[in-house]
Design a protein around this ligand. Structure first.
Ligand SMILES: [Fe+2]
Length: 291
């Protein structure tokens, strides 16, 4: 259609939606256009702000490499990652869930580990941790044979993919639950860490005067055919950044109970899987930063 006024633009764009054969794609695109146009109208976006926004979006891609996923980091910093997670888990957002953001640091292909194995593949400082997890169904029955990927940052505050001094796949491992639904590993107790601020996520945090820390946590990705795959994170109750997580991911259901034992800690945590589709998310990164 030929545009006469600013109102016509939205009508023209929505008018082309009927060509979209896939109904879900059509729904998503229509809603996106409505909200984007409404955003521009409500904020009375200036031409200068529009130019800045284009540069900002381009920078998200430019900052992304095989060892860093800026879009995933930014979605967390805007609370979108956890919103999507909570709407799609816990009986469609009606109950608490152990599901949590996958985060930007999951790598596929972590070494397969025997039960009780250590995640340390190079010297890593920090207090010892013994973790025992349980995977069960909604009737509280154990789920044996579930695959559990585990990963966490070092106490220096870096994942191995960010840190040339750590061995490939340090603090990452893949376990299989036993007949009683349990799995266990040894590692070091994770510390909180700062998320990278070189890109657009850093600019957002600085503009809002927010800190860039995440409270200490362990990551999990649990899947078995017949059950809905969940990513999860388990948080340290004593971390000073629990209330102000820069990724808005801490939920009550995921705050754990570390028990001091000798020169280290032990931690137990149970994950409940819902019936549903077992699928593996695309890993946000594929490589370690070049040595
Ligand atoms: Fe993390």
């Amino acid at each position: 259609m030929i545009i006469e006024t600013q109102q016509d633009v939205t009508e023209a764009v929505l008018g082309e939606m009927h060509r979209t054969p896939n109904p879900r794609t059509k729904e998503l695109l229509s809603c996106l256009v409505k909200h984007l146009h409404a955003f521009v109208r409500e904020t009375k976006l200036t031409e200068k702000e529009f130019q800045d926004a284009i540069g900002y979006v381009n920078a998200i891609g430019q900052q992304t490499t095989p060892s860093h996923n800026e879009a995933m980091l930014l979605s967390g910093a805007l609370g979108v990652s956890n919103l999507v997670c909570l709407l799609n888990n816990g009986a469609k957002g009606t109950r608490p869930t152990q599901a949590n953001n996958l985060g930007p640091f999951y790598r596929a292909g972590a070494p397969k580990c025997a039960d009780g194995a250590s995640l340390l593949r190079s010297a890593t400082p920090g207090p010892k941790l013994f973790f025992k997890g349980f995977v069960k169904n909604e009737k509280d029955e154990p789920i044996a044979g579930a695959t559990v990927d585990v990963w966490h940052s070092s106490t220096v505050g870096l994942y191995e993919n960010q840190d040339r001094t750590q061995a490939e796949m340090n603090l990452r491992g893949c376990f299989t639950t036993l007949a009683d639904g349990s799995f266990s590993f040894r590692s070091v107790k994770p510390a909180g860490y700062p998320v990278p601020t070189e890109g657009p996520t850093g600019a957002l945090l600085r503009a809002q005067k927010r800190h860039n820390f995440r409270p200490a946590h362990l990551h999990f990705l649990i899947h078995k055919p017949g059950f809905k795959t969940i990513a999860s994170q388990v948080y340290d109750p004593d971390d000073p950044h629990l209330e102000t997580d820069s990724q808005f991911a801490v939920t009550k259901a995921l705050i754990a109970n570390y028990v001091k034992k000798g020169d280290g800690y032990s931690l137990e945590f149970a994950f409940t899987l819902e019936p549903g589709e077992s699928w593996l998310p695309k890993a946000p990164i594929t490589h370690k930063v070049h040595a």
